[in-house]
Design a protein around this ligand. Sequence first.
Ligand code: NAP
Length: 239
Amino acid sequence: MKLEQRTIIIIGGGSGIGFGVAKVSLARGANVVLAGRTLEKLEQALVKLEAGKRGLVVQTDITREADVAALFADVPAVDHVVVTAASLAYQPIVSFDIAAAQRAIESKLLGALLVAKHAGPRLREGGSITFTTGVAVERPMPRGSIVGAVNGALNAFIRGAAIELAPIRVNALSPGWVDTELWNLIGGNKAAVFASMAERLPARRIGTPEDLGHAAVFLMENEFTTGTVLHVDGGHRFV
Ligand SMILES: NC(=O)c1ccc[n+]([C@@H]2O[C@H](COP(=O)([O-])OP(=O)(O)OC[C@H]3O[C@@H](n4cnc5c(N)ncnc54)[C@H](OP(=O)(O)O)[C@@H]3O)[C@@H](O)[C@H]2O)c1
């Protein structure tokens, strides 16, 4: 159990995929620090996870350098970081709100730079950083142009970061469709949209936060994997 008593900071751990990463990590004996903007949500997540003394929360906005610097300065002896945080924008190109597009870029791409900058020099030996990109790079959908572009940039960023921060390993998870709170933002009839996608996918179902949690654990534990985008998408790229 390589994660036994290791400390993992999960930025975005209050919900969705980040919550799934926390759940699977706790089951493997790790200590988790959940970070995000909404303290109440983080505290509720910790209770739901029954983390006890193995869980902590830290209010952090990944777009603010002071927050990110304080997170890594204040939490001692961090082994791994997993980032799922993102403020995304799904809009038609012809009427795109540029401020919303900027928030997506700031949270997901520049946020990754801030994490790499402040976590890189502080992680313990054998440490890793895992970012979250997504299938929108390969399978664009209407209103998802900026999300796909940011994910594609992040796929490129992890390669440079893996070289520069070595021996700290840097990877990315690329989820397909996963049933999380994010879908409240995307809108539409979620049950019908999911059922139709599940039928098309080779895996014949939509992903769960735990599916991604297991993949994140692989990236943290496998000491020979770096600069890699791990696709966990039920085969979505091929349909
Ligand atoms: N779900 C899917 O189908 C899917 C598919 C492909 C890719 N992905 C990617 O997976 C990642 C996670 O998505 P999810 O489905 O788990 O979404 P989610 O449930 O909405 O989780 C995102 C988490 O990030 C936090 N967050 C947002 N902005 C933040 C900021 N500026 N600073 C710190 N924390 C912030 C949110 O909490 P607060 O708002 O309280 O801060 C929230 O807990 C995203 O990058 C998304 O693009 C998801």
